[in-house]
Design a binder for this molecule. Sequence first.
Ligand SMILES: Nc1ncnc2c1ncn2[C@@H]1O[C@H](COP(=O)(O)OP(=O)(O)OP(=O)(O)O)[C@@H](O)[C@H]1O
Ligand SMILES: [Mg+2]
Length: 824
Amino acid sequence: MEDYEKLGAFYLGRPYDLKNKKPKDGILLYDSRDLVTHAVCVGMTGSGKTGLCIALLEEAAIDGIPAIIIDPKGDLSNLLLTFPELKPDDFLPWVNEEDAQKKNLSTAEFAAQQSELWKKGLADWGQDGSRIKRLRDAADFRVYTPGSNAGIPVSILKSFDAPPQTIVDDDELLAERINTTATSLLGLLGIAADPLKSREHILLSNILGYAWKAGKSLDIAGLIQQIQSPPVKTLGAMEIDTFFPAKDRFELAMSLNNLLAAPGFASWMEGEPLDIQQILHTPEGKPRLAVFSIAHLNDAERMFFVSLLLNQTLGWMRTQSGTTSLRAILYMDEIFGYFPPTANPPSKQPLLTLLKQARAFGLGIVLVTQNPVDLDYKGLSNAGTWFIGRLQTERDKARMIEGLEGIASGGLKFDRNEMEQTIAGLGNRIFLLNNTHEEGTEIFETRWDMSYLRGPLTKSQIKKLMDPVKARSAPDSAPAAAAAAAGAAQAVPGAAVAVATETAKTAGAPRPTLPPGITEYFIPARGSASQGASLIYHPAVLGVADVGYSDAKSIDVSQHVSMLTPITSNPIPVDWSQAAVIDLPVDDLEKLPDESGGFADMPSGASKAKNYEAWQKDFSTWIYRNQKLDLLESPSLNVASNPGESERDFRVRLQQRAREQRDAATEKLRLKYAPKFAALEEKKRRAEQAVERETEQASGQKLQTAISFGATLLSSFMGRKAVSLTTLGRATTAARGVSRSMKESQDVGRAQETVEAVTQQMADLDAQFKEETAGLDKSATVQTEQLETISLKPKKTNISVKLVTLAWAPYWHSSEGQATPAWE
Ligand SMILES: Nc1ncnc2c1ncn2[C@@H]1O[C@H](COP(=O)(O)OP(=O)(O)OP(=O)(O)O)[C@@H](O)[C@H]1O
Ligand SMILES: [Mg+2]
């Protein structure tokens, strides 16, 4: 039964016979890749939507796919209630005491009953504790609680950070980002703002846009300050003070300040930053299912947070490479109010953009709602998979059918009458699956969830779940940063501070004049002086080079090297072995010094133009002798890390690579087995008919199914996948040949024998298929395998020095004579 886990297929349930109200043979597998075109799940309350989606998320976890889970009701934290031993004691702390009382049972008795229920429920679906263990081992599970310390708190501070360059460079995306941030922030203040008319909105948008375009981040304090004294003097054609008088701006600033000062608001500021790349995997690179529980928030806060989270996800997504395999899931349990057809809340725009663009990046979006009338159908027409459960009202049904019909016009076959009848007949946990990647629709019953569905967890239960996690992660809160250094250029040991200051003065000399032929730049000073410190520029040489590294196999990478070393009055004025790495884009160098800055003495060597040529040569030689690049290599995939890529990020990337390879391999298998499978299916159908005829003649009554072939993994795997037309063509020809020979042998007495033969052939084909799938999936391997380190030295010809120049390095000189770099 477990073989499907190697195929990237999600086990969601069994096909269901609606007419006879019973499950059919086999299992319902959903191809993980189909989820990159997103899924929508609808059904009335209690129809089993959350249960279905928990199964889907469990399958994703087993497959190593991380998820961002937005949980407005508190049900999804049930994903953390998984007990491999299924003991009553495991259930005891989590059972719902009211449910126990209703049944007149003690809590312990009820827990025992629930443990039995789960054991049996799972067994009925071919699952047991070992699969639960597999689930727990496959991923990390966390509950985040924005605005509360019950679970892992989330800091929203970073959310006003300048978005990644890919977004800043895209006018439309930047405008969207600014718009949603402004709207959701104003929403939090209780101001429902029209982006075009509201002056508050226009002002905030301008402030955010101004900062972000300059690559600058804002915090709320900075925002308050800029509302009072905006960075721009006019808005459109109007003076800012006419458009939005200072007095009124002060009021807006005050209400923002009150928000900041409110006692509860502090919890929005502490905790983990909303950094999607860090959230989706652990520091070791294990996938994570991150449940964002927002049940405790009020409506405005929820909208604010959901919009921020969607925006952050959008920003993260843009930094990912393209893929056709599923990389991550964004799940939202109840989108009522967040994606309405007519209104425009701040969550809507990012959701629309995600639905349109996430596919290319392998981000699958799953949206759930009770009432399809609440949804923006245009946006949802991007969804490739529909799970339709019981619907309550005629209006919902009509609307659902109307919507599906609209979507179906894209080429999907859709029979209105059939659909009406089907939807009317669905029961709880019975869903209609409509998947654009498959032919026709399928009715199925959802499998039993491994997670214990106790219903919404209370705050104190969430606390109990997350306290151990918080305790564990407290001491090593910065492992990711530490890991990021791996694979980076080898910095020179002991050169943390580049420019050694000989005599730290508190007041500098005036700026020296330089002879022609020497260019000078100024490293920008950051931060502000502490009490009594003054800014002094010291002469240094900045060397910038691109260094290429390659090996005999496939590695061919280039690394940017940027080093700073002081110019001294020693016999050797510039010694590259004293240089330190400086993280400064060349474009950031300034042509003029800071007005308040003085200058240290300039050694005579610094004013000889010829020296710089020599120092350039020295720099090149120094790189050749000293630089090396350590990269990691995965033995199983034969892929090396990129320069600067941390081991964690490398392992995350390897997992995606492994999934892509597996998906390509399964696709090949599907094509390979399609003709053989179709031929056997045809044989089976004929054999079934023959047996039925025989039984009918013998007993005079028609039996529903006289025989059962039993479902093979292969038949579930093939599902209703649309395999290419040519292979199908070949398959039917083969099948026709078979049926002719069947006719000849249709001696009723031999029908049973044929059945046995076909069953055997199917079993053989299935075994062959299983054997081929064995080594398919390496995504778990690459998560933990021992990586090899390859150390590369540059070739002389691969060193390209871009710049060696006099660079003035600013230092803060304290009154005690201590000098500290001012550019870090
Ligand atoms: N896959 C499942 N395995 C076990 N129990 C299930 C499953 N699906 C549903 N149930 C049971 O049915 C109940 C209702 O299902 P569920 O919570 O999924 O409904 P829903 O459609 O999400 O309803 P709502 O719209 O009110 O959230 C669950 O609390 C659980 O007891
Ligand atoms: Mg639900």
